[in-house]
Design a protein around this ligand. Sequence first.
Ligand code: SAH
Length: 262
Amino acid sequence: MQMTPPAAARRTSFNPHTPSRGFVSLVGAGPGDPDLLTVKGFRVIQQADVVVYDRLVSADILALASDKAEMIYVGKKLDYHCVPQAQINQILVDKALEGKRVVRLKGGDSFIFGRGGEELETLVEQNIRFEVVPGITAAAGATAYAGIPLTHRDHAQAVQFITGHVQKDGQEIDWSSVAQSNSTLVFYMGLKQSGYIADKLITHGLDEQMPCAIIENGTRREQRVFRCPLNQLAQIAQQAQSPALIVVGSVTSLHEKLNWFE
Ligand code: SAH
């Protein structure tokens, strides 16, 4: 694919003639289907000297990098970071200070449960320039491919993206405001916590028959969508594998009518 970016897009990207203390592009790779990468992401990956990437980035996207690019894997498996965050930050700093064009490549969007903000704070401290190239976050991509509109005038006027690591991070969310918000709820990293999530929502007033969907491997060829009422979520979640999103809300019932991908 050969694409010439519009001038406005070019202006904000790396300019090799500008003296600086390195440059990092923080790029969201999208949820799985490599065609969901943005044109800007496509271009900066092709130009990168170093690509520092996570587990959920597809092989087709990594293959866009030049043969000469240094590829550094810093991904994590489930709950286990194979490279500690401080070390990832240091790699970005070191490579940028060597004058390399660094692409920090993450699944989905870097600012949605992606620690993108933390990494950029380190770059700011070190006076390293950067840009942020947004990606399609899993909630947008997976629901689009599952035929589940996140909002719909007859169903939901708002949507919330919520971490499923509710207990682990020790930051309990305000369950009564979530359960009574009348919005579509999308839980990231929630598969293992699905029983806890369903219990909390029901205890705080959400109808136990509220339709739910679990979208596994959203936007990938192997995508699967499971549907069930809220009170069966934990049971159905046992059949699903990571990466998966839990979507709670009556919009999920539209999957039957609007499913186009599977
Ligand atoms: N920054 C990413 C999210 C990282 S957290 C984004 O914006 O999408 C990782 C979680 O994202 C997974 O546990 C899962 O809940 C969700 N996820 C990522 N890719 C997914 C996919 N293809 N299908 C379903 N869920 C996905």
